[in-house]
Write a protein that binds this ligand. Structure first.
Ligand code: GDP
Ligand code: IMO
Ligand code: MG
Length: 439
């Protein structure tokens, strides 16, 4: 029986991971974020009430489930406390069931200032980041310059390394980017103020989870971003700065690979992207306007309008392999309801030779030279919103889903037919049993 599930985005983020993690959380024991930071925006909709989470795992609506941030996550203490307080205002009390790894790398004001300064600088490559300081914070980790959460227990040491880092960052901010410096004093006192509010949540997460797994606890690993934003396997350099693919779970929690029983890939039935970078199936026509409007495609973190395009099965197949996905969850099927025709990309050809491309594009030139080839489906032109049984879907919808399944050669275990928790089709008992089984 499945005990532990990883939920991974297969595209450029916003696939609906939050909705699915919330759905799976019922009766689970721990939900763990292991990479990324508050660049994420995960939306839960239950009984018409919307909750958007950025850093705290998407299990908050179930009082018995513990929320964990592993060592691979980067955390801004002021933003973390803000999110805890925001939930408190909404009568969601998380402080007694939120657990923070003792080796989390912190995001400070200088990371955010540098992220912003770079994105405004004409000479930099503009990624279109969320301006949350994610890139610079992960750079510090790799450069062995990070200040980690446990460093704040020792105020003398914290003061010493913070001074060094502020000096280093202010040099860049002022001299290269011509921006204002950040204040060491303000960061020092603010950080300790916020640290005091959360320090009782700090633990050795690796030790805790290894122990709980032995005791057969049910654990969900909640991915942030999507595999196409992965620092190694995504559309580099237009990516985020963490491993949002499967490897992030291992490095970001301190658990071994054998502990993940089922890896769920989440993909919309079309594609969206926020920020810059390659997007072979991107649309600029009325269908784009339709998808934005009906799919409400606006970023939950930055409010930016998302770019939209058709489902890209070439990229999906690649992401399934990279992550060794066990089964797929397709989301936002209802958004396609009123389209006359629906396309899916089944291969790429070279723009000049017209020959099929049989490699994953790496360079900017590779991406520029490909053209997607589509298979076209007739639209079902009927509302499928909220349908919970596969057999109740129109025949044309069933055919569309079956084509995807046969093409990618993997089971589709869940289909989401609306944003509400219960707008979901369980194709078989695999996931249903996981949700309903109590430890
Ligand atoms: P995440 O970052 O992967 O958690 O996804 P987001 O929450 O950023 O974006 C997904 C959006 O789609 C949210 O507004 C969800 O409420 C919504 N959503 C999720 N599943 C469905 C679905 O099946 N149909 C529709 N119409 N909306 C959905
Ligand atoms: P969830 O978890 C969509 C994108 C940004 C930008 C790039 C780098 O909600 O799916 P960063 O601030 O991380 O350095 O930005 O990554 N990005 C996301 N896009 N969903 C997200 O998270 C994202 N997190 C980062 O738009 O293109
Ligand atoms: Mg999102």
């Amino acid at each position: 029986m499945i005990k532990n599930i990883a939920v991974l985005g297969m595209q450029w983020g916003d696939e609906g991971k939050g909705k699915i993690v919330d759905l799976l959380s019922k009766n689970s024991n721990y939900v763990v974020r292991y990479q990324g930071g508050n660049n994420a925006g995960h939306t839960l909709l239950v009984d018409k009430k919307k909750t958007i989470l950025h850093l705290i795992p998407s299990c908050v609506l179930y009082k018995n489930v513990k929320a964990v941030l592993g060592n691979g996550v980067v955390v801004s203490l002021p933003d973390l406390v803000k999110e805890i307080n925001f939930l408190k205002k909404n009568k969601i009390f998380i402080q007694d069931r939120l657990i923070l790894s003792n080796s989390i790398s912190l995001i400070f004001e200088y990371h955010i200032s540098l992220d912003r300064a770079r994105e405004k600088n004409k000479e930099s490559k503009i990624i279109g980041t969320t301006h949350k300081g994610i890139g610079p914070a992960y750079e510090d980790k790799i450069a062995r310059r990070s200040i980690r959460i446990s460093d704040l227990y020792d105020t003398n040491y914290f003061s010493y390394i913070l001074k060094k880092n502020v000096h280093y960052y202010n040099f860049q901010l002022v001299n290269y980017f011509k921006k204002n410096p950040v204040s060491y004093k303000k960061i020092y006192f603010d950080s300790l103020k916020y640290f005091n509010k959360i320090k009782n949540m700090i633990q050795d997460v690796s030790k805790l989870l290894n122990k709980k797994i032995k005791k057969k606890s049910k654990i969900i690993f909640e991915g942030a971003q999507g595999s196409l934003l992965d620092i190694d396997y995504g559309t580099y350099p237009y990516v985020s700065s963490s491993n949002s693919s499967i490897g992030g779970i291992i490095t970001g929690t301190g658990l071994g690979i054998k502990n993940i029983n089922y890896i769920m890939g989440i993909s919309k039935v079309y594609t969206t992207r926020v920020g810059n970078g390659p997007f072979p199936t991107e649309l600029f026509n009325d269908v784009h306007k339709y998808l934005c409007k009906i799919g409400k495609e606006f970023g939950s973190t930055t409010g930016r309008k998302r770019r939209t395009g058709w489902l890209d099965l070439v990229l999906l197949k690649r992401m399934i392999k990279i992550n060794s996905i066990s089964g797929l969850c397709l989301t936002k099927l209802d958004v396609l309801d009123n389209l006359n025709e629906i396309k899916v990309c089944i291969k790429y050809i070279n723009k000049f030779s017209k020959k099929e491309i049989n490699f994953y594009p790496i360079t900017q030139k590779d991406w520029e030279e490909i053209i997607p080839v589509y298979k076209v489906f007739k639209g079902w032109k009927k509302s499928i919103r909220g349908i919970v049984l596969f057999k109740d879907l129109p025949v044309l919808t069933q055919k569309y889903i079956s084509f995807i399944k046969n093409f990618i050669k993997i089971d589709i275990d869940l289909i989401s037919t609306g944003p509400e928790r219960n707008n979901t089709i369980f194709i078989n008992n695999k996931i249903k049993t996981f949700v309903n089984y109590k430890n």
